[in-house]
Unconditional design. Structure first.
Ligand code: HEM
Length: 419
């Protein structure tokens, strides 16, 4: 297939109606073709890859580069300053491997298991606050009081970010990913940039026992990473470490509340069923609609469609996860699925660095909520929930809940182990 000349108006699937409930739209796109030439809301043309087999194959294919410099058309997406852009999700091997090695030790499954006690303690502290809010107001917002602060606390502690700076950083990231007005992206990027430069300067002046201080030492002691790479790594780890886990905790709780039979099963036997429930949530409730944009380094054929070098390719994770060719009855949420594989944490060299931590956080968060708040209910009808809807990310802005018949956070259940 020849690429459509730019003069032809491209379809723009990501309008408000599509984003409000994207899954029927993805189904139509998947049926109509493996790859579509479409325009993003900002007008930039991209190739959207819809089917699971293609997404899985191409997300790990080195012929697709993540380096924006490979964009032939001048990728418009986020315009980040060099000090935020030199991060793992914009770098191809070999530089990618050099940088990833510097941080991978901090996120091995063994190191992450060691964090288990801290994650459980943070979850219990936040559950206390949630219980207090519900006792005082009859309801509480799980996003603001639990799902957002939990991963932010864990990654903030690990990286050495002062507590008072964490929420403002998360708010700026939210505004950058789903702006409420056009100027908000540039404004947020500028703020995040300044904040990270100040943070690195502060840690350099007074090093601590944290990952950022270790990275600064690696920079200052040799030539293993540049100053831009250092700041960019801090940016990516802080952003990736707080953003997605937050949405899977809130979206995961909502999914369980809306499937009471499966909620009852998981609550009765969390040790056995929670890990499988987390994998199904990663597939079904995944906030990231797309993998990071990629650019062919040579002309390629994806799903039978010729894609020129330098064009922008979006591999649609959300569509892949609902592909009936891979998952029987794909729109059904089912914690007993035989096939628990998914692409929610990526695949190939850019596989999520924080995957063990993400799983630990989601498991612990949901385990704690189910144990501390049996009978928890939505405090508003499900169709009144407010979502952040963009073609990049689909996530709850708020999740108002109220206690069920049993008293919230009743004493005596607190010490139990959240898995
Ligand atoms: C549920 C939570 C999470 C989800 C769904 C998630 C998802 C992803 C995905 C899909 C990718 C690959 C992107 C691509 O190839 O296009 C990725 C990469 C990455 N994630 Fe996560 N992530 C999560 C949590 C975390 C956490 C807690 C960290 C903390 C360190 C983290 C750090 C990273 C980094 C640094 C990369 C880039 C890896 C590389 O390029 O080598 N993520 N993540």
């Amino acid at each position: 297939m020849t690429p459509i000349p730019p003069a032809v108006a491209l379809p723009q699937p990501f309008d408000a109606a599509f984003l409000a409930d994207p899954y029927p739209g993805y189904a139509r796109l998947r049926e109509a073709g493996a790859v579509h030439r479409i325009a993003l809301p900002d007008g930039s043309p991209v190739w959207l890859v819809t089917r699971e087999a293609d997404v899985r194959a191409w997300i790990a294919d080195p012929r697709l580069s993540v380096n924006k410099a490979r964009s032939g058309t001048g990728y418009r997406g986020f315009t980040l300053p060099p000090a935020l852009d030199a991060n793992l999700l914009n770098i191809d091997p070999e530089d990618h491997l050099r940088l990833r090695r510097l941080v991978s030790q901090a996120f091995t499954p063994r190191r992450v298991e060691e964090l288990g006690g801290r994650v459980r303690a943070a979850a219990d502290r936040l559950a206390d606050r949630l219980a207090a809010s519900m006792a005082a107001h009859g309801r509480a917002d799980v996003v603001a009081e639990f799902a957002l602060p939990l991963p932010l606390t864990v990654i903030g502690d690990l990286l050495g970010v002062p507590e008072a700076d964490r929420r403002p950083f998360a708010a700026r990231v939210g505004a950058m990913l789903a702006p409420e007005h056009p100027g908000q992206v540039a404004e947020s990027v500028e703020h995040i940039h300044g904040f990270l430069l100040d943070l690195v300067a502060a840690r350099r002046a007074v090093p601590g026992d944290d990952l950022l201080s270790a990275l600064i030492a690696a920079h200052d002691d040799g030539d293993r990473l540049s100053e831009d790479e250092l700041v960019s790594l801090a940016f990516l780890i802080l952003m990736a470490g707080s953003e997605n886990a937050q949405h899977l905790i809130s979206g995961g709780l909502l999914a369980l509340l809306r499937h009471p039979g499966q909620l009852a099963e998981v609550s009765a036997d969390p040790g056995r069923l929670l890990p499988a429930a987390v994998e199904e949530l990663l597939r079904w409730a995944h906030p990231n609609q797309m993998a990071i944009r990629r650019f062919p380094v040579e002309p390629v054929e994806i799903g039978g469609v010729s894609v020129p070098a330098g064009d922008t390719v979006l591999l649609c994770l959300a569509s892949a996860h609902r592909d009936p060719a891979r998952y029987p009855d794909p729109d059904r949420f089912d914690i007993h699925r035989a096939d628990t594989s998914h692409l929610a944490l990526g695949h190939g060299v850019h596989y999520c660095l924080g995957a063990p931590l993400a799983r630990l956080e989601i498991r612990t968060a949901l385990g704690t909520l189910l144990r501390r708040f049996p009978g928890l209910r939505l405090a508003v009808p499900a169709d009144e929930l407010r979502w952040r809807c963009s073609f990049r990310s689909r996530a709850l802005r708020e999740l108002p809940v109220m206690p069920g018949a049993a008293a919230p956070g009743r004493p005596g259940r607190r010490g139990g182990r959240a898995r």
